[in-house]
Design a protein around this ligand. Structure first.
Ligand code: FES
Length: 76
């Protein structure tokens, strides 16, 4: 599989907004949950928010040890 499939996605996050990061890989709206985990009987998304507006790279390979943020694990 090419590295591109697991590259992080850069998103603009808004202060205090609630986000749901997909943990199961099945969402068609990566890196966010679209509810697809239910059909695949997988654990739910990880909810998170940020304390200030910021740009971030969110993990799509789901191997990060710092979810929802990319920690470079997709390159391993
Ligand atoms: S679709 Fe993956 S966690 Fe919801």
């Amino acid at each position: 599989m090419s590295d591109n499939n697991y590259s992080p996605i850069q998103v603009e996050l808004e202060k205090d907004k609630r986000y749901a990061w997909c943990t199961c890989s099945h969402s068609a709206n990566q890196p966010f949950c679209d509810g697809a985990h239910r059909a695949h009987n997988k654990p739910p998304s990880l909810g998170f928010s940020v304390t200030e507006d910021k740009s971030a790279f969110l993990c799509t390979c789901k191997k990060t040890s710092n979810p929802p943020y990319c920690d470079g694990s997709h390159k391993n």
